[in-house]
Design a protein around this ligand. Structure first.
Ligand SMILES: [Mn+2]
Length: 341
């Protein structure tokens, strides 16, 4: 059966990548700041594949803040270094690497605290990603396709093309499946295409347990976090009915009161678009000296909003940005824009 949306890779490109991995001694794998399931899954999944195929290869996975607590159960996650607390080791590994796999981002600035050592590194930089407009100058090899659901799906097809489906064991499959599952909202978003199901079928064929993975991804709330969600929905949500827009503004005080961090905030923005009359929504989370803005929509292009207002990016229906303005001013900038569009 033809897989209309399955990505195709040029034979020359595949040979080139294979030869580089064959000759590499030290490989770094990394992904975007505030890692999500797709970022962690791509790092650990590819690490697992490479570790099985090349037992002598020195593999160093790293993320700007290390592995988020909610993904610590993923195979290999315990090996992920933190750009914050293990900075020296990260810088050394980047400087010594022959190859650096950069996953699930389109520009090195998304590496946050690892951006500078990454830029200075001399190893071959290879990007595997599904965001639009990859930074052409920052990587020597770019495998980018924004029509693919997730970096984990793209990595699955890339591995299959490079080394065959049998190169993906159940550990890698667990990691890749997790990223495909989280980036598509459980195979629900508009990025869900035939190739995603084919990739998922291939991964499930390795013997992984999709129901258990679902449990690990979805049923993870603490009482504290659930009560925070209740509070936020009651007290921190503003609806601009005329604009079909709603947003959460979460101050540092509220975060401290409930003892919640950015990991606990994941998914809160999706509550805005649960309302049938709301077309797009935002979560504005105060940090020290800056705010994080997450945007979601049913149809509206929120990537352009994130980019225009705050220099952010992402996808058409799911985007994010960092605002250097205080919370109240960030809210004002966003709501004024929404009111005037
Ligand atoms: Mn992704």
């Amino acid at each position: 059966m033809a897989l209309s949306s399955k990505p195709e890779f040029a034979v020359g490109l595949l040979c080139h990548i294979k030869a580089m991995v064959d000759n590499a001694k030290r490989v770094v794998l990394t992904a975007h700041t505030h890692a999500d399931g797709d970022a962690v899954g791509a790092v650990t999944g590819l690490m697992s594949v490479l570790g099985r195929l090349y037992p002598d290869l020195n593999l160093t996975p790293m993320l700007p803040q290390g592995c988020p607590r909610q993904f610590e159960w993923m195979p290999g996650a315990a090996l992920i270094l933190s750009g914050e607390s293990e900075r020296e080791r990260c810088c050394q590994a980047l400087a010594e690497a022959d190859m650096i796999f950069v996953l699930d981002l389109n520009t090195p600035s998304r590496l946050d605290n690892l951006a500078q050592p990454f830029t200075q590194a001399t190893g071959h930089k290879i990007l595997v990603d599904h965001h639009i407009s990859p930074d052409q100058a920052a990587f020597q090899t770019i495998i980018s396709d924004h029509t693919i659901s997730s970096t984990c799906e793209l990595a699955t097809w890339l591995v299959e093309a490079l080394w065959g489906a049998q190169a993906i064991g159940s550990e890698a499959a667990t990691c890749f499946y997790t990223g495909m599952r989280t980036d598509t909202g459980g195979f629900a978003y508009s990025n869900t295409q035939p190739s995603l199901y084919h990739a998922a079928a291939m991964l499930i064929g390795t013997g992984i347990d999709p129901a258990e993975i679902n449990n690990r991804i979805v049923n993870i709330f603490s009482e504290r976090r659930l009560r925070f969600y209740g509070y936020a929905i009651s007290n921190c949500l503003t609806v601009m009915a005329e604009q079909h827009f709603a947003y959460f503004a979460i101050s540092l005080d509220v975060q401290r009161h409930f003892g919640v961090g950015y990991e606990d905030m994941d998914g809160l923005v999706n509550y805005t678009t649960l309302m049938s009359d709301i077309e797009f929504g935002a979560l504005i989370r105060e940090e020290k000296q800056r705010c994080k803005v997450s945007l979601r929509s049913k149809h509206t292009d929120v990537e352009s909003i994130a980019r225009q207002l705050f220099g952010g990016g992402g996808h058409r229906k799911a985007a994010g940005a960092t605002s250097t303005l205080p919370l109240a001013e960030t809210v004002e900038k966003l709501t004024q824009y929404v009111a005037s569009r």
